[in-house]
Design a protein around this ligand. Structure first.
Ligand code: THU
Length: 160
């Protein structure tokens, strides 16, 4: 038996096509790039999210001379959300990036580890996280759920 998977997502050619909240989150993420600490890779990543209570926060990648300790923007921001707003679900997350090495002209999507952490947040709150992805320039991708980027994910249901 053969099966196939289909992922629905939206492409926007310009930030002006987004609604006000999404636009603001992407702009917040862009402004937060200055707070990224990425002296080793030169690759600055920032995320901005909105919780179900309307609170908006930002997070950035934080690197370390011991490279394996580098922390991704998405995991940092989810740790902040979980720590400071334990009961609130993330509704939307905008992610952007800038590189000192070359122009980032395409959307940057979360790494595998970040997808796993995003997926667990969705499970925990039983709500999808809408993802907005954009580079410094170029189109914006919008996914209705982080799970769209991680089919066949490992989760608590496998353990408990
Ligand atoms: N990075 C993120 O912040 N998020 C991702 O999803 C991919 C990678 C960071 C980690 C590291 O500081 C730099 O980008 C280069 O890998």
């Amino acid at each position: 038996m053969k099966k196939s998977l289909n992922i629905d997502y939206q492409i926007f050619s310009d930030i002006s096509q987004l609604d006000e909240t999404d636009r603001r989150l992407l702009e917040m993420a862009r402004s937060a790039l200055d707070k990224a600490y990425a002296p080793y890779s030169g690759f600055q990543v920032a995320a901005a999210l909105m919780l179900d209570n309307g609170i908006q926060i930002v997070g950035t990648n934080q690197e370390n001379a011991s490279y394996g300790l580098c922390l991704c923007a998405e995991q940092n921001i989810l740790a902040t959300a979980g720590s400071e707003h334990f009961h609130s679900a993330v509704k939307v997350m905008a992610i952007t990036a800038r590189s000192l090495n070359k122009p980032v002209d395409h959307p940057i999507s979360p790494c595998g580890a970040c997808r796993q952490v995003l997926s667990e947040h969705e499970d925990r709150h039983q709500q999808p996280i809408r993802l907005l992805l954009q580079g410094e320039t170029g189109e914006i991708l919008c996914f209705a759920s982080a799970k769209d980027l991680l089919p066949f994910s490992f989760s608590a249901k496998d353990l408990l």
